[in-house]
Every structure is written in C-alpha cells, then in structure tokens.
Design a protein around this ligand. Structure first.
Ligand SMILES: C[S@@+](CC[C@H](N)C(=O)[O-])C[C@H]1O[C@@H](n2cnc3c(N)ncnc32)[C@H](O)[C@@H]1O
Length: 229
C-alpha cells in the first residue's frame, strides 16, 4: 500500500465495525442472496458488463439499511447503482429489498468505500456519488474520521465523469458547514446551489432511515450537490 499522505489519512477510517445483530430475515438473505448481489473485493469487475443493461453508474456510500437506495433504484430503472456498506445486517436488508422488488440494477460491496473507490473503480467512470447522512463524528477529537476531507474530494474528482455529481446530505449542521467549506475550496467541483450554499432536497432523493430519526428529534437537513468540471 502507498505511504502517500492521502493513503495515510485514509487509514483513519470513517467507521468502526459494529457487530449489530441481523434479523432472521436478514440472515436468510445474507446466506442465500450473497452471490446474486454482492461483489467480491478480491475480484476485478467490468462495471459496464456486470449489470444486465449498459447505463450510467451511481455509487452510494454507506447506504445503511438500503431502504432509500432500493427506492431510488426502483424509481430509476435506467440507472445502475453500486451500494457500498460495511454494516453486514444492512447489506442483508438491502438484498431482501432487491429480491422483493426484483431489482437487477443494484450491486453491493460489503467493504470500505474508500478502498472500493481507490481500487475497484476505474477513473472517470461514475456518473454520480451519493453520501447520505454519513457518520457525523460529532466530537472534535473525532473530526478526523469524517469521510469528507480534501483527499476524498480529489478521489471523487478522479472517479467521476465530467459533469458527474456528488450529492451529500447531513442532519448535523457542523458537518454540513465543514463539507461546504471543503467542497467549495476545490477547484475541481462546482456547487449547483443557486446561492453557493445548500440545495433543497431534490425529489429524486427519498428520505432515509437515519434522516427520519433525526427529523423526529427536530434536526434540520442540509443537502449539498456539486458537479465536476
Ligand atoms: C449514519 S449511517 C447512515 C445510513 C443511511 N445512509 C441512512 O441515511 O439511513 C452511516 C452509514 O455509513 C456506513 N459507513 C461509514 N463509513 C463507511 C465507509 N467508509 N464505507 C462504507 N460504509 C461506510 C456506516 O456503516 C453506516 O451504516
């Protein structure tokens, strides 16, 4: 592995592996559907060939239980989706939904999204990257774990097609401001918001599980949508 500053920075992971118990149904999905939907990090894939259709590829980082990703995939059959999540029960939950809705436009990596981006995705091949409600790492001493940092923006730019988009949403104002500062400072991305700040939640983004929990607690929500230049 490289020892460049970016690589060292990435070794501070944006997650801590939680064991979390899978429900009985998620366990069945994990046992029976893995081969059908999950990709093997040790293999090399041609993403234009593994889906049943040739279509723009959208990557979602940290899909949680996958409810919103499954809704998007159902609403947009003309797009292919690559979901990346380290929480195993969430992978099981998404596979259940994919099977329930007979969705063929989603594949999953159960792996660290940074390593997937670095090692499995060809440069300038993603039409979009979505990051909905990333772990906010609220304490100051944990801010270094936040996934959005300058080196992440460089990686995004390398993997997105020209005019590709990065869409993040958070219910933690400090992280929203932090992301806005980091994304705006990059000369490789342009803010699509009219006032160069936040966007209204676009109709294509369903409410996520984490977001709904935050809303019940009275949290605000900030969407950021940037495009590559
Ligand atoms: C706060 S949850 C939000 C889940 C979902 N997007 C939602 O809004 O309900 C953040 C998720 O990101 C996942 N995650 C964090 N860092 C990740 C990484 N580097 N690669 C893959 N998943 C990651 C966590 O496991 C967790 O499920």
């Amino acid at each position: 592995m490289s020892n460049s500053p970016a690589a060292v920075e990435y070794r501070i992971r944006s997650f801590i592996r939680r064991q979390g118990r899978a429900t009985a149904a998620q366990k069945v999905a994990l046992e029976t559907l893995w081969e059908k939907y999950c990709l093997d990090f040790n293999q090399t894939y041609d993403f234009t060939a593994i889906f049943s259709q040739k279509a723009p590829l959208i990557m979602e980082i940290g899909f949680g239980n996958g409810e919103s990703l499954a809704k998007m995939a159902l609403a947009n059959p003309q797009l292919n989706y690559l979901g990346v999540e380290v929480h195993r029960p969430g992978v099981g939950h998404l596979m259940m939904l994919l099977e329930q809705h007979a969705l063929s436009n989603v594949r999953i990596f159960h792996h660290d999204a940074i390593e997937v981006l670095e090692q499995k995705i060809q440069d300038h091949s993603l039409a979009g990257v979505q990051l909905f409600f990333p772990d906010p790492w609220q304490k100051r001493c944990h801010h270094k774990r936040r996934i959005v940092k300058p080196s992440f923006v460089d990686l995004l730019h390398k993997k997105l097609v020209l005019n590709g988009y990065f869409h993040a949403a958070t219910d933690w104002e400090h992280y929203a401001k932090d992301m806005l500062g980091i994304l705006s400072a990059s000369d490789k991305l342009v803010n699509t918001s009219k006032n160069s700040t936040y966007c209204e939640r676009p109709s294509y983004r369903p409410l996520t599980k984490f977001e709904q929990r935050g809303m019940r607690l009275g949290h605000g929500v900030w969407d950021l949508i940037f495009k590559t230049t």
